[in-house]
Design a protein around this ligand. Structure first.
Ligand code: FAD
Ligand code: MLT
Ligand code: ZN
Length: 503
């Protein structure tokens, strides 16, 4: 028997033959969500417990074979799929999907790493608690993947990234040892914080098998508004007013450019997008008084004729009552209209209307994927400087790549834009990526540097941004990162070539 056949036999003994997949269509495990790369694994292994994960990792480490931890495989940076060598083991956590315990008094929930995010949200809600992490992939992504990438999502403005929601981890080390850090303490200053080292490490330092996460009381009311704004500057001004008027009640603030919304209308015509090309709101939600266009506003800023240049989804969560939430929200929108930073707005009258408005925002990534292969940027810049960043970068890109379509949307409340670039209409998207991705990235990331921003706000680095990280991160920081990787994974078997180049 060759060493690889021997290892596969060993893995079958650990997890059962049915959970070592070597044949058939393995694309769901080998192809990344954006279809940027299709790898080939030696096997997909699906353990059901932490002990099984530890045994699998130990066996692979002994055989010198590398492991790619995988959750829902919804990552955006090619970090959870194998390379093309046919020698890597995909370690899928999907069978480890139990909510272990919920401690109401401690406001914590302890979960298996393979729990699907939406399942955690729903279990907690049934028990009367809010688990606030939320993103459009929540029906498929897992908490292990969320922790592995330190995912952001749409509630960060109030609750922080996944990191801020995590109180402890259970981890299998690259050598196959188990570290149980599930104490659930809110205070623990006993040395280096290993939890924070593992969070955001994208499977390169160990396999997360369990986590203890923070809970919050369910809000008494949650209201959603969809507002048309005359410019990005106005969106930033609205954000300031929202912080002032709603304080901790502000739980979502997302911006969407006109072209991003037009892709939603094109690919999901059943979703009626308010304030674009004469469309009225999806289900006629409540409408605060009509706003007036700002003085000096050009025709392009008028709502309903050619569409607002930007729209914003805002969410207000209130611990008092729906009436209180509504009056705060309506006052905010009135002031914003008086100041000219909102042209028009609707407030959802029901949960289903709120969902419909959020659905428009959440459909942008899928609409963009359906439009074709594209160049994604997940950048963060100080909120106050975003309008200037977009103005300068738009101009440079349009000059260098005439006709390139800019798909701009994202978590403005966190200073995080998905500043994406789609090939010119009718052009061959594959050829555009092959010939122009490098140049487009150089323009965008050089500008990010000029603005002291980050080239990855929430999606991580994976293999797609590895070279860019090496160019844009400080050499001192890179040296410290390499030292940590070498100390914890000297054999380099844990998701090698992700985040850092293999040397
Ligand atoms: P995977 O894609 O399977 O893995 C991602 C990375 O984590 C890989 O490097 C993998 O090796 C590592 N990993 C996975 N599980 C483990 C584990 N148990 N232990 C150690 N490492 C592990 N991301 C955001 O941040 N914000 C958003 O708003 C957002 N919206 C999205 C919307 C759509 C429609 C889609 C398709 C994706 C979106 N994403 C978003 C990206 C993606 O959903 C997140 O990165 C998510 O956290 C990935 O979870 P996953 O379980 O799918 O992980
Ligand atoms: C989002 O905010 O929609 C996600 O991060 C996914 C994406 O950028 O496409
Ligand atoms: Zn995002």
């Amino acid at each position: 028997m060759t060493q690889r056949t021997e290892l596969l036999e060993q893995l079958r003994t650990i997890v059962g033959a049915a959970n070592v997949l070597t044949g058939g269509d393995l694309s769901p495990y080998e192809q990344d969500w954006r279809k940027r790369e299709h790898g080939k694994s030696l096997a997909v292994v699906r353990p059901a417990s932490t002990l099984e994960v530890a045994a699998v990792v130990k066996a692979c480490a002994t055989a010198g074979l590398s492991i790619v931890p995988q959750g829902g495989n919804t990552g955006m940076v090619v970090g959870s799929t194998p390379d093309a060598s046919g020698t890597q083991i995909v370690l899928s956590l999907q069978r480890m999907n139990q909510v272990r315990t919920l401690d109401g008094a401690n406001l914590t929930v302890t979960v298996d790493a393979g729990c699907v995010l939406q399942a955690i949200q729903e279990t907690c809600e049934r028990a009367g608690y809010l688990f606030p992490l939320s993103m459009a992939s929540e029906g498929s992504c897992t908490i292990g993947g969320n922790l592995g990438t330190n995912a952001g999502g749409t509630q960060v403005v109030r609750y922080g990234n996944t990191r801020e929601l995590c109180l402890g981890l259970e981890v299998v080390t690259p050598q196959g040892e188990i570290w149980n850090g599930l104490s659930g303490l809110r205070k623990d200053n006993t040395g280096y914080d290993l939890r924070h080292l593992l969070i955001g490490s994208e499977g390169t330092l160990g396999v997360i098998t369990g986590a203890i996460m923070k809970l919050y009381p369910l809000p008494a009311a949650q209201l959603t508004a969809f507002a048309a704004v005359p410019s990005l500057e106005a969106a930033v001004q609205l954000l300031g007013l929202a912080h002032q008027h709603l304080s901790a009640g502000l739980t979502g603030f997302e911006v969407m450019g006109k072209f991003a919304l037009s892709l939603v209308s094109k690919h999901f015509p059943q979703l009626r997008v308010p304030f674009q090309d004469g469309e009225e709101p999806a289900a006629a939600p409540g409408r605060p008084k009509q706003g007036t266009a700002p003085s000096g506003g050009s025709e392009a800023h008028e709502v309903g004729s050619v569409g607002a240049p930007y729209c914003v989804v805002l969410e207000n969560s209130d611990q008092e009552s729906e009436a209180h939430a509504r009056s705060c929200f309506e006052r905010l929108l009135e002031v914003a209209m008086e100041q000219g930073c909102v042209l028009d707005a609707v407030v959802a009258e029901s949960i289903s209307q709120a969902r419909a408005l959020w659905h428009i925002r959440e459909s942008i990534p899928l609409a963009q994927a359906q439009e074709g292969l594209n160049i994604k940027h997940d950048i963060s810049i100080a909120v106050s400087r975003i309008p200037e960043f977009v103005r300068l970068t738009d101009a440079q890109l349009q000059a260098a790549y005439p006709g390139a379509r800019l798909v701009n949307y994202g978590h403005l409340g966190d200073g995080n834009l998905h500043y994406n670039v789609q090939a010119p209409a009718g052009a061959d998207a594959e050829a555009f990526l092959r010939d122009d991705e490098k140049g487009v990235n150089t323009i965008v990331y050089d500008m990010v540097d000029r603005f002291n921003g980050s080239i990855s706000a929430e999606h991580g680095v994976g293999s797609l941004k590895r070279e860019k990280l090496a160019q844009h991160k400080s050499p001192v920081a890179l040296d410290m990162m390499r030292a940590i990787k070498a100390a914890l994974d000297p054999q380099n078997t844990m998701n090698p070539g992700r985040v850092l180049a293999t040397t």
